[in-house]
Ligand binder design. Structure first.
Ligand SMILES: C[S@@+](CC[C@H](N)C(=O)[O-])C[C@H]1O[C@@H](n2cnc3c(N)ncnc32)[C@H](O)[C@@H]1O
Length: 283
């Protein structure tokens, strides 16, 4: 046992077994070992639920889970910008900055960056926002965002919980989420909570990874018209365009823009996605 409350050695052994079986194409054995991981660690630090879903043998979870996201990004924080931006050409924060400027949204009073990571969005919007808040599950990512100097306030926590519980009633005129929705499957709770925190006609700006383009070997398993999202072979959630549009409308948003983008390179190929700018309707 460790401070995490589970047997880390047993988890490590089961996880290695699962990865080896998956690599060898032994899906049943891999699934058994991933289920063993969940038996040892129900909080799922290794992301076994995502892997089962990607194998097509487990239910699609509604999110990647806090334990997995925190572990993954705490590990990746230091190398994040070198790998993602430098090697894989990740450019969503820059696209957000360009798109908002092109649409005539030059200045914001109060912005909230959900899943702010190392602070790339804050850096792009620096000088265009009076008060910039950021929130992320990963303490190591937040430390780098802090060093960027682009945020007035930073919080370590889960995005939906933050939107629900944040005790400052003052609304935001923009809420941003760059490359965060791939860690959230069911978008309805996020969209409704974001709407409650926005000023009337406030903007919600976010990127997704596209579902329709997942084809052939990279096919997302379990994708269907009912859910509109699925876990891809990259272990991230991919969202269908019509699903995202309908979920925004249901949460009280009208679309200002919904554009195809390349999120980054993935195994030498452009990873397709969407960038949307939605405006809260009603009073
Ligand atoms: C791919 S990174 C993107 C970071 C940043 N938005 C950017 O564009 O560079 C995804 C970030 O979202 C955070 N994240 C994912 N799910 C989250 C959640 N439910 N609540 C808070 N942060 C989350 C991760 O910890 C990670 O820092």
């Amino acid at each position: 046992m460790t401070t995490n409350g589970f047997d880390e050695q047993a988890l490590d052994a089961a996880y290695r077994k699962a990865l080896a079986a998956e690599k060898a194409g032994r899906t049943e054995a891999a699934a058994t070992a991933y289920r063993a991981c969940l038996g040892i660690d129900p909080d799922d630090h290794v992301g076994a639920r995502l892997r089962l879903a990607a194998l097509g043998v487990g239910e699609t979870p509604s999110s990647a889970g806090e334990a997995y996201v925190t572990t993954l990004f705490d590990q990746q924080a230091e190398a994040f910008e070198d790998i993602l931006v430098g090697q894989l050409g990740y450019g969503v924060p820059g696209l957000i900055g360009e798109t908002l400027a092109r649409l005539g949204f030059e200045h914001f009073d109060r912005a909230l960056d959900l899943g702010c990571g190392t602070g790339l969005v804050g850096t792009v919007l620096d000088g265009r926002v009076d008060e910039m808040l950021g929130i992320d599950l990963s303490e190591n990512m937040i430390e780098i965002a802090f060093d960027s100097g682009a945020y007035d306030h930073l919080y370590i926590g889960e995005a939906l919980g933050f939107l629900e519980d944040f005790d400052e009633p003052e609304p935001f005129d923009v809420i941003l989420a760059a490359d965060v929705l791939p860690y959230l499957g069911d978008l309805a709770p996020l969209f409704s909570l974001a709407a409650t925190r926005l000023a009337p006609r406030g903007l919600f700006v976010a990127s997704t990874e596209a579902l329709a383009d997942m084809a052939g070997d990279g096919a997302a398993k379990g994708a269907n018209a009912e859910t509109g999202f699925a876990v891809g072979s990259d272990h991230r959630f991919h969202h269908g365009e019509s699903y995202v549009r309908a979920a925004l409308e249901r949460a009280g948003f009208e679309l200002v823009a919904f554009e195809p983008i390349t999120v980054r390179m993935q195994e030498g190929e452009p990873a397709p996605g969407h960038l949307f700018v939605a405006r809260r309707t009603g009073g």
